[in-house]
Design a protein around this ligand. Structure first.
Ligand code: SF4
Length: 344
């Protein structure tokens, strides 16, 4: 296979640094941290040393697994295939409900990890018969340089690249990465700036920009909305979000409403009532979103894919397992309606 032996071109010094009178500004994400000598960014993965911005999240993943692609979740992307999945420590947001907080709110310096440079990641993906590599679990924007080099090499070796992200990334690094991206699942955590600020310490608009960029660059896109009881379960807000998605051309992007399990700083909240998720799904379908799923609820009908025309089940699932497919060349076998997705 085509692989360099060790670190790739972005190991060490970060390519998106700008010198300012107040320090070095990192241009990877909308935090736009300006760092003086020895200081770390909000993500804990970038720091300034000898006047240069470095990544310390390169080739040192703390999580490495082979997952079903459905776990990302990506339901319309090579269903039933395996995705080699990696993460380093660190994240550029600080979500109160983070399900990976043990790694996302840590520095790569402080957490046990393995050494796995891009060439080895691609080799392992091939060895494990994975069709794709997922940059996932924590936040890939925080290990952007490692992801970029791995994605470039994966593309050269016929492996697809999947971004599973909070979408909090600046346009230029995202556009550069899109050259090698095949699919993405982006968290759209709510639809107001106020709740983004309260729950994540980030902003909504950059995430909406990311959705638009991925779409215009032709990257297959699915969206996850985790519904937090009492915080992001306002059905009027959910309707506004769905209307925005429909009007901006995301009707064919699968939308996954996900059930909240109490954890991290929101451990005191209850589980999302299933009725709320069902209602949200109804609203999304009413507004014109064609493929709407409910996640984190075992044995629910809404984990299947229905043909938007004849309503036949075209992909039957149980959890992350694909049980049967009624698709032929990406179309419903019953009525021949094309089902949006990446099928081969
Ligand atoms: S990637 Fe890290 S250092 Fe760069 S702007 Fe974002 S949070 Fe700050």
């Amino acid at each position: 296979m085509n692989q360099p032996g060790g670190p790739g071109k972005f190991a060490g010094e970060s390519p998106y640094a700008l010198e300012t009178p107040h320090g070095i500004r990192c241009g990877i994400c909308p935090n736009n941290c300006t760092l003086t000598e020895g200081k770390e960014g909000i993500c804990r993965t970038h720091l300034v040393k000898n006047g240069k911005l470095y990544t310390i999240a390169y080739g040192n993943p703390c999580a490495v697994h082979t997952d079903p692609v459905e776990k990302k979740p990506l339901f319309h992307f090579l269903p039933g295939s395996s995705s080699f999945s990696i993460a380093t420590a660190g994240c550029n947001l600080a979500c109160l409900n983070c399900q990976n907080w043990e790694i996302s709110q840590q520095s790569p310096k402080d957490i046990s990890h393995t050494e796995l440079f891009p060439g080895k990641v691609v080799e392992e993906a091939i060895k494990n018969r994975c069709r794709s590599i997922s940059y996932t679990y924590s936040e890939p924007t925080a290990f952007y340089e490692y992801m970029y080099d791995t994605a470039e090499l994966a593309r050269a070796n016929g492996i697809k690249n999947l971004l599973v992200s909070n979408g909090y990334i600046n346009e230029k690094p995202l556009l550069d990465l899109c050259k090698y991206l095949d699919g993405a699942n982006i968290d759209l955590k709510s639809f107001t700036e106020k709740s983004y600020a309260r729950l994540t310490r980030g902003r909504l608009q950059p995430v909406l920009n990311t959705l638009a960029t991925l779409r215009s660059e032709g990257v297959w896109l699915e969206i996850t909305n985790l519904i937090l009881p009492g915080l992001t379960d306002d059905l009027n807000m959910i309707r506004e979000m769905c209307e925005w998605l429909f009007l901006r051309g995301f009707a064919d992007s699968p939308l996954h409403f996900s059930r909240f399990h109490p954890m991290f700083q929101l451990a005191g909240l209850p589980y999302t009532p299933v009725e709320t998720l069902v209602k949200a799904r109804e609203i999304a379908l009413e507004t014109g979103i064609r493929y709407v799923y409910i996640g984190n609820v075992p044995d629910n009908e809404s984990e299947n894919t229905f043909c938007p025309s004849c309503k036949m089940v075209v992909i039957k699932r149980n959890g992350f397992a694909v049980l049967s497919e009624n698709l032929e060349h990406g179309a419903c076998k019953n009525c021949r309606t094309a089902i949006a997705g990446v099928w081969e």
